[in-house]
Design a protein around this ligand. Structure first.
Ligand code: PLP
Length: 338
């Protein structure tokens, strides 16, 4: 079976397993795990922020950030298809007591005009806008790499109104790889950023939340509140340090996504998007089948992908798939629809 469902299916390699086994550890609740301290220092430095916090998941990182930036009852501005809205169980409401104002954006990032129009002043009747969230790459829109200028313009429109900006950068290094820019070109515009170690970078567990020192101090307390105070986590933070070194491998995943898209485009009934990063979307309406039936047929042929809409399926490339795997996926899908 070739697993193209997500880059989250990547398994830790030998080196990561050795790093985990030999990691220096201590009780992180006392701040005494040297490995996680090193990871937090290096992650913060990487994204140009004062400080960082290791969190078990990207979802927890986003939810902590949203909670720290806002007050109950405020509004959060976000793209309609953002991960924080679509895939985090309504956590904005559950964990932070927020009302969401969703924006219909073209590529996942609002224009400054949309930010201005969505903003509400706090008064006797209106709750006030407490946060703008951005996402890069944009998952639900097919792994789009959002240009730093678009991020800067949206963030500036928020900051002009004293609204902080959180960047959901689960795959921000896929964006910087695709755009060939330093990550700080993107993160410099945000007040906080979350990125995942556990996706294309290959770590078994973990995400990083970065921001200024005061933000991270509050985030650490909120992580505790959410049940995320952890002990000897050097065991999983060690592989995270290795994962930071894997950023340069993402370009190969993107090349393989290009190859996969070109191959799938020749399959009868498949309408395939041009991938910007490691995500390939295929509209399979032309097969006369719905996404679910197409996925069943693919599974019988030895390929796993995920449903992304009634007739849309998603393929993800990642570091556990090599060139031969990609050719095999193309062959198997082609044969399944001949
Ligand atoms: C995967 C993802 C998350 C959440 O990460 P988990 O570790 O799965 O909780 C958040 N935002 C985006 C855009 C993602 O793709």
């Amino acid at each position: 079976m070739i697993d193209c469902r997500s880059d989250t299916v990547t398994t830790p390699d030998e080196h990561m397993r050795e790093t985990a086994a030999s990691a220096d550890v201590g009780d992180d609740v006392y701040g005494e795990d040297p490995t996680v301290n090193e990871l937090e220092r290096r992650a913060a430095e990487r994204v140009g922020m004062d400080a960082a916090l290791f969190v078990p998941t990207g979802t927890m990182g986003n939810q902590i950030a949203v909670r720290v930036h806002t007050e109950r009852g405020q509004e959060v501005l976000t793209d309609r298809k953002s991960h924080v809205v679509k895939y985090e169980l309504g956590g904005l409401a559950q964990h932070a007591g927020l009302q969401v104002r969703m924006l219909d954006t073209e590529r996942g990032v609002p224009t400054p005009e949309q930010v201005a129009a969505g903003y509400v002043d706090e008064d006797l009747h209106r709750p006030g806008t407490g946060l703008l969230t951005l996402e890069n790459t944009h998952n639900a829109r097919g792994g789009l790499a959002i240009d730093p200028d678009a991020i800067a313009a949206a963030a500036e429109a928020a900051h002009e109104r004293d609204v902080p900006v959180h960047l959901d950068g689960a795959r921000v290094f896929n964006a910087t790889t695709a755009l060939d820019v330093p990550v700080t070109d993107i993160t410099d515009h945000a007040d906080s950023v979350m990125f995942c170690l556990s996706k294309g970078l290959g770590a078994p567990v973990g995400s990083m939340l970065a921001g200024d020192a005061d933000f991270i101090e509050r985030a650490r307390r909120t992580r505790k509140l959410f049940g995320g105070g952890m002990r000897q986590i050097g065991i999983v933070a060690g592989p995270g340090l290795d994962a930071l070194e894997n950023v340069s491998d993402l370009a190969a995943d993107h090349d393989r996504a290009d190859r996969l898209a070109a191959g799938l485009a020749d399959v009868d009934g498949f309408d395939v998007s041009d991938p910007e990063t490691n995500i390939v979307l295929a509209d399979v309406a032309g097969t006369g089948l719905d996404a679910e039936s197409v996925l069943e047929r693919l599974e019988s042929a030895g390929v796993l992908a995920t449903q992304f809409g009634p007739t849309t399926i998603r393929f993800c490339t990642h570091r556990d798939l090599d060139d031969a795997d990609i050719e095999a996926v193309i062959d198997r899908v082609t044969t399944a629809f001949e």
